[in-house]
Design a protein around this ligand. Structure first.
Ligand SMILES: Cc1ncc(C[n+]2csc(CCOP(=O)(O)OP(=O)(O)O)c2C)c(N)n1
Ligand code: SF4
Length: 241
């Protein structure tokens, strides 16, 4: 049991450097809490961690767990295949909003509809982070990105809402935010526990800081996150008892 939230998770790969994310990035907050969950559930030796192309790939040596790095947007089918072959594995797909909701959307919807017994964690930073901050399906109205210099149009995609309504099959679906790591850790734990009980598809979207591409200082990062939450409410969408 972790008592001190400044301590690193036990499953963290101690031989790796701290991390390669930009200062102020939300990914390390998410990964640290995922690490605590892996520790608390005692699943380090059977976790199968799939990471996408995008800033999520910087997590390739974060944990001392079996890790697969896939092509952009293809993490969900790769993890699905691995899980089908190894039923006792705890399969986690970790990818960006671009990878999940644009190029990989067909895989995401299919995994939900087929009720694949995997856990998907999507990092929603409202842009394509790794490639320089282009517009993503989650970019909000008026947002300035590398490809929306005059502000993005009014269309934006709410992933958990879409997935929740895509099937009547019970699933654990939630949206958390890096500004509340305790709640966030709880959502991740419930999602992975759902998979461990073989109940099927579980999904957590996490609103995450990207100060490099948002071009924000600390205060403006928090202000922009507040705005993001108006478009993407933090909540559980689950229809399980
Ligand atoms: C098939 C393919 N298309 C496009 C790319 C270029 N590419 C690399 S990362 C990326 C976007 C990543 O954005 P996102 O998935 O939101 O993750 P983030 O970096 O923001 O965490 C793109 C378009 C690629 N590597 N492969
Ligand atoms: S570009 Fe954004 S998401 Fe990627 S590491 Fe930097 S701050 Fe994080």
């Amino acid at each position: 049991m972790i008592k001190d939230n400044l301590a690193w998770p036990i499953c963290w790969k101690k031989s790796s450097k701290p991390h390669n994310f930009c200062p102020g990035c939300g990914h390390p907050i998410i990964l640290k809490n995922l690490g605590y969950v892996i520790d608390e559930l005692g699943i380090q030796n059977n976790t199968l961690f799939g990471i996408d192309i995008g800033c999520s790939l910087l997590a390739w040596n974060f944990f001392n767990v079996d890790t697969i790095q896939t092509h952009h947007g293809r993490t969900i089918p790769v993890v699905t295949g691995a899980k089908r072959a190894k039923r006792d594995a705890v399969a986690i797909a970790y990818l960006g909003d671009g990878g999940a909701y644009a190029i990989g959307m067909q895989h995401l919807i299919s995994a939900r509809i087929r009720n694949e017994n995997i856990t998907v964690i999507i990092v929603n930073n409202a842009n394509y982070g790794m490639t320089g901050g282009q517009e993503a399906p989650t970019t909000i109205s008026g947002q300035i990105t590398a490809t929306t210099q005059h502000g993005a149009d009014e269309y934006f995609l709410q992933g958990p809402e879409l997935l929740f309504n895509a099937s009547k099959t019970p699933a654990y679906i939630a949206r958390g935010c890096v500004d509340n790591p305790i709640q966030l850790k709880g959502f991740i734990k419930k999602a992975i526990d759902f998979q461990m009980q073989e109940k099927g598809f579980s999904f957590v979207e996490i609103l995450s800081f990207c100060p490099t591409n948002w071009k924000t200082d600390a205060k403006n990062t928090l202000d922009f996150m507040k705005k993001l939450k108006e478009f993407y409410p933090v909540k559980e969408f689950t229809n399980i008892n």
